[in-house]
Design a protein around this ligand. Structure first.
Ligand SMILES: Nc1ncnc2c1ncn2[C@@H]1O[C@H](COP(=O)(O)OP(=O)(O)OP(=O)(O)O)[C@@H](O)[C@H]1O
Length: 233
Protein backbone atom coordinates (compact mmCIF):
# COMPACT_ATOMS: atom_id res chain seq x y z
CA UNK A 1 0.00 0.00 0.00
CA UNK A 2 1.18 3.51 -0.74
CA UNK A 3 1.63 6.02 2.07
CA UNK A 4 0.38 8.79 -0.24
CA UNK A 5 -1.60 8.65 -3.45
CA UNK A 6 -2.48 11.81 -5.30
CA UNK A 7 -4.66 11.74 -8.40
CA UNK A 8 -5.43 14.77 -10.55
CA UNK A 9 -4.86 17.11 -7.63
CA UNK A 10 -5.92 20.64 -8.53
CA UNK A 11 -5.96 23.68 -6.30
CA UNK A 12 -7.40 26.99 -7.40
CA UNK A 13 -7.17 29.93 -5.02
CA UNK A 14 -9.91 32.54 -5.29
CA UNK A 15 -12.67 32.80 -7.87
CA UNK A 16 -13.49 34.50 -11.16
CA UNK A 17 -10.98 36.88 -12.67
CA UNK A 18 -8.60 36.77 -9.73
CA UNK A 19 -8.49 32.96 -9.53
CA UNK A 20 -4.99 31.45 -9.39
CA UNK A 21 -4.46 27.83 -10.36
CA UNK A 22 -1.62 26.87 -8.03
CA UNK A 23 -1.62 23.13 -8.89
CA UNK A 24 -3.15 21.47 -11.87
CA UNK A 25 -3.78 17.73 -12.31
CA UNK A 26 -0.87 16.46 -10.23
CA UNK A 27 -0.49 12.67 -10.07
CA UNK A 28 2.00 10.75 -7.94
CA UNK A 29 2.39 8.06 -5.29
CA UNK A 30 4.89 7.76 -2.46
CA UNK A 31 5.72 4.47 -0.75
CA UNK A 32 6.44 4.00 2.95
CA UNK A 33 10.16 4.55 3.53
CA UNK A 34 10.63 6.81 0.50
CA UNK A 35 12.26 10.23 0.74
CA UNK A 36 11.04 12.44 -2.09
CA UNK A 37 11.53 16.08 -3.03
CA UNK A 38 9.43 18.62 -4.87
CA UNK A 39 11.86 20.93 -6.58
CA UNK A 40 10.93 24.03 -8.55
CA UNK A 41 11.01 27.80 -8.71
CA UNK A 42 9.21 30.16 -6.37
CA UNK A 43 5.46 30.23 -6.96
CA UNK A 44 5.41 26.93 -8.88
CA UNK A 45 2.99 25.32 -6.41
CA UNK A 46 5.24 23.18 -4.20
CA UNK A 47 3.92 24.40 -0.86
CA UNK A 48 0.37 24.04 -2.12
CA UNK A 49 0.98 20.34 -2.80
CA UNK A 50 2.35 19.90 0.71
CA UNK A 51 -0.45 21.78 2.44
CA UNK A 52 -3.13 19.85 0.50
CA UNK A 53 -1.56 16.57 1.64
CA UNK A 54 -1.10 18.07 5.11
CA UNK A 55 -4.87 18.58 5.33
CA UNK A 56 -4.51 22.31 5.87
CA UNK A 57 -5.56 23.38 2.40
CA UNK A 58 -8.67 21.94 0.76
CA UNK A 59 -8.05 20.61 -2.75
CA UNK A 60 -10.41 22.05 -5.36
CA UNK A 61 -10.45 18.83 -7.39
CA UNK A 62 -8.77 15.47 -7.40
CA UNK A 63 -8.07 12.80 -4.90
CA UNK A 64 -5.70 12.51 -1.92
CA UNK A 65 -5.28 9.16 -0.13
CA UNK A 66 -3.18 8.94 3.04
CA UNK A 67 -2.21 5.51 4.35
CA UNK A 68 -5.18 3.94 2.57
CA UNK A 69 -7.76 6.51 3.72
CA UNK A 70 -9.28 8.79 1.07
CA UNK A 71 -9.17 12.21 2.69
CA UNK A 72 -10.16 14.29 -0.31
CA UNK A 73 -12.04 13.58 -3.50
CA UNK A 74 -13.19 16.84 -5.08
CA UNK A 75 -12.98 18.55 -1.68
CA UNK A 76 -12.71 16.91 1.74
CA UNK A 77 -14.35 13.51 2.09
CA UNK A 78 -17.59 13.67 4.02
CA UNK A 79 -17.17 12.86 7.68
CA UNK A 80 -13.37 12.84 7.65
CA UNK A 81 -11.82 13.97 10.94
CA UNK A 82 -8.99 16.13 9.59
CA UNK A 83 -7.57 17.08 12.97
CA UNK A 84 -7.34 13.49 14.05
CA UNK A 85 -5.75 12.38 10.77
CA UNK A 86 -3.21 15.20 11.08
CA UNK A 87 -2.37 14.28 14.65
CA UNK A 88 -2.16 10.54 14.10
CA UNK A 89 -0.66 10.16 10.64
CA UNK A 90 1.28 13.31 9.81
CA UNK A 91 4.40 15.06 11.07
CA UNK A 92 5.25 18.57 9.95
CA UNK A 93 8.68 20.15 9.75
CA UNK A 94 8.54 23.78 8.89
CA UNK A 95 11.18 26.46 9.44
CA UNK A 96 13.01 26.51 12.75
CA UNK A 97 11.06 29.52 14.06
CA UNK A 98 8.05 27.23 14.23
CA UNK A 99 9.18 26.09 17.71
CA UNK A 100 7.10 27.38 20.59
CA UNK A 101 9.33 30.13 22.05
CA UNK A 102 8.22 29.84 25.68
CA UNK A 103 8.81 26.09 25.90
CA UNK A 104 12.22 24.44 26.26
CA UNK A 105 13.61 22.08 23.62
CA UNK A 106 12.36 18.99 25.44
CA UNK A 107 8.93 20.57 26.11
CA UNK A 108 8.58 21.45 22.43
CA UNK A 109 8.90 17.75 21.61
CA UNK A 110 6.71 16.61 24.53
CA UNK A 111 3.78 18.66 23.23
CA UNK A 112 3.51 16.40 20.17
CA UNK A 113 3.19 13.32 22.38
CA UNK A 114 0.94 14.87 25.00
CA UNK A 115 -1.68 15.96 22.48
CA UNK A 116 -1.89 12.30 21.49
CA UNK A 117 -2.60 11.25 25.06
CA UNK A 118 0.88 10.23 26.25
CA UNK A 119 1.33 11.11 29.94
CA UNK A 120 3.78 13.82 31.00
CA UNK A 121 6.44 11.56 32.50
CA UNK A 122 6.49 9.14 29.59
CA UNK A 123 6.45 12.06 27.11
CA UNK A 124 9.41 13.62 28.88
CA UNK A 125 11.39 10.37 28.84
CA UNK A 126 10.73 9.68 25.17
CA UNK A 127 11.40 13.27 24.11
CA UNK A 128 14.70 13.37 25.99
CA UNK A 129 15.76 10.07 24.37
CA UNK A 130 14.86 11.33 20.93
CA UNK A 131 16.74 14.60 21.39
CA UNK A 132 19.69 12.67 22.75
CA UNK A 133 19.70 10.53 19.61
CA UNK A 134 19.83 13.77 17.60
CA UNK A 135 22.88 14.90 19.60
CA UNK A 136 20.87 17.43 21.57
CA UNK A 137 21.11 15.75 24.97
CA UNK A 138 22.95 18.82 26.31
CA UNK A 139 20.26 21.22 25.07
CA UNK A 140 17.10 19.71 26.59
CA UNK A 141 16.37 22.64 28.86
CA UNK A 142 17.33 25.44 26.53
CA UNK A 143 14.71 27.73 25.04
CA UNK A 144 14.61 28.09 21.22
CA UNK A 145 16.19 31.57 21.42
CA UNK A 146 19.34 29.95 22.84
CA UNK A 147 19.65 27.34 20.10
CA UNK A 148 21.53 27.62 16.82
CA UNK A 149 19.64 27.28 13.51
CA UNK A 150 20.81 23.68 13.11
CA UNK A 151 19.87 22.79 16.69
CA UNK A 152 16.40 24.34 16.36
CA UNK A 153 15.86 22.44 13.16
CA UNK A 154 16.76 19.18 14.88
CA UNK A 155 14.31 19.96 17.70
CA UNK A 156 11.62 20.56 15.05
CA UNK A 157 12.54 17.24 13.48
CA UNK A 158 12.37 15.45 16.84
CA UNK A 159 8.90 16.94 17.35
CA UNK A 160 7.74 15.81 13.93
CA UNK A 161 8.91 12.26 14.51
CA UNK A 162 7.92 11.83 18.12
CA UNK A 163 4.76 9.96 17.14
CA UNK A 164 6.43 7.97 14.37
CA UNK A 165 4.04 9.35 11.78
CA UNK A 166 3.39 7.47 8.55
CA UNK A 167 3.97 10.64 6.56
CA UNK A 168 6.35 13.52 7.23
CA UNK A 169 5.94 16.81 5.39
CA UNK A 170 8.86 19.21 5.38
CA UNK A 171 8.86 22.68 3.86
CA UNK A 172 12.36 23.95 3.01
CA UNK A 173 13.96 22.13 5.95
CA UNK A 174 17.52 22.94 4.86
CA UNK A 175 17.12 26.40 3.31
CA UNK A 176 18.21 28.34 6.37
CA UNK A 177 21.09 26.01 7.22
CA UNK A 178 24.74 25.93 6.19
CA UNK A 179 25.81 23.03 4.01
CA UNK A 180 27.02 20.87 6.89
CA UNK A 181 23.85 21.27 8.98
CA UNK A 182 21.76 20.83 5.84
CA UNK A 183 23.50 17.54 5.17
CA UNK A 184 22.94 16.44 8.77
CA UNK A 185 19.24 17.17 8.47
CA UNK A 186 19.07 15.20 5.21
CA UNK A 187 20.88 12.26 6.83
CA UNK A 188 18.36 12.31 9.66
CA UNK A 189 15.41 12.36 7.30
CA UNK A 190 16.90 9.43 5.44
CA UNK A 191 17.37 7.50 8.69
CA UNK A 192 13.78 8.15 9.61
CA UNK A 193 12.50 6.99 6.30
CA UNK A 194 14.45 3.76 6.62
CA UNK A 195 13.96 3.05 10.34
CA UNK A 196 10.39 4.22 10.88
CA UNK A 197 9.29 3.37 7.38
CA UNK A 198 7.86 6.88 7.06
CA UNK A 199 7.17 8.48 3.69
CA UNK A 200 8.93 11.85 3.70
CA UNK A 201 7.92 14.63 1.30
CA UNK A 202 10.19 17.63 1.18
CA UNK A 203 9.63 20.92 -0.62
CA UNK A 204 12.88 22.55 -1.56
CA UNK A 205 14.70 24.76 -3.95
CA UNK A 206 17.97 23.82 -2.33
CA UNK A 207 19.91 22.20 -5.18
CA UNK A 208 22.75 21.35 -2.78
CA UNK A 209 20.63 18.60 -1.23
CA UNK A 210 19.24 16.80 -4.27
CA UNK A 211 21.52 13.78 -3.98
CA UNK A 212 19.92 12.62 -0.75
CA UNK A 213 16.46 11.92 -2.23
CA UNK A 214 15.10 8.68 -3.64
CA UNK A 215 12.99 10.59 -6.16
CA UNK A 216 12.63 14.19 -7.20
CA UNK A 217 9.50 15.66 -8.71
CA UNK A 218 10.14 18.76 -10.75
CA UNK A 219 7.37 21.33 -10.39
CA UNK A 220 6.83 24.21 -12.79
CA UNK A 221 3.86 26.51 -13.20
CA UNK A 222 1.52 24.34 -11.16
CA UNK A 223 2.42 21.10 -12.92
CA UNK A 224 4.68 18.18 -12.19
CA UNK A 225 6.77 18.25 -15.33
CA UNK A 226 9.33 15.59 -14.54
CA UNK A 227 10.41 12.87 -12.17
CA UNK A 228 14.01 11.88 -11.53
CA UNK A 229 15.34 8.92 -9.63
CA UNK A 230 18.29 9.41 -7.32
CA UNK A 231 21.39 9.89 -9.42
CA UNK A 232 19.76 11.11 -12.62
CA UNK A 233 19.66 14.81 -11.86
N1 LIG B 1 -3.59 31.61 -0.07
C1 LIG B 1 -3.36 31.93 -1.35
N2 LIG B 1 -4.23 32.72 -2.03
C2 LIG B 1 -4.02 33.03 -3.32
N3 LIG B 1 -2.98 32.62 -4.04
C3 LIG B 1 -2.09 31.82 -3.43
C4 LIG B 1 -2.22 31.44 -2.04
N4 LIG B 1 -1.17 30.65 -1.71
C5 LIG B 1 -0.42 30.54 -2.83
N5 LIG B 1 -0.95 31.24 -3.85
C6 LIG B 1 -0.43 31.33 -5.25
O1 LIG B 1 -0.34 30.01 -5.76
C7 LIG B 1 0.85 29.85 -6.52
C8 LIG B 1 1.68 28.70 -5.93
O2 LIG B 1 2.15 29.06 -4.64
P1 LIG B 1 3.01 28.09 -3.70
O3 LIG B 1 3.24 28.81 -2.42
O4 LIG B 1 2.37 26.76 -3.66
O5 LIG B 1 4.38 27.98 -4.54
P2 LIG B 1 5.83 27.51 -4.08
O6 LIG B 1 6.37 26.77 -5.23
O7 LIG B 1 5.75 26.81 -2.78
O8 LIG B 1 6.59 28.88 -3.89
P3 LIG B 1 7.80 29.27 -2.88
O9 LIG B 1 8.97 28.41 -3.29
O10 LIG B 1 8.02 30.73 -3.17
O11 LIG B 1 7.31 29.00 -1.49
C9 LIG B 1 1.54 31.19 -6.51
O12 LIG B 1 1.16 31.88 -7.69
C10 LIG B 1 0.99 31.88 -5.29
O13 LIG B 1 1.00 33.27 -5.45
Amino acid sequence: MYAIEVEKLTKIYGKGETAVTAISDANFQVKPGELVAFLGPSGSGKTTILTCIGLINEPTRGKVVIDGTTVADSGWQNGIDLKRMRREKLGFIFQAHNLIPFLTAVENVMVALQINGVGRKEAQKRSAELLDALNLGHRLNNYPSALSGGESQRVAIARALANKPKVILADEPTAALDTENGKNVMALLKLLAVENHSAILVVTHDHRMVEGFDRIFQVSDGRIIGEHKNGDI
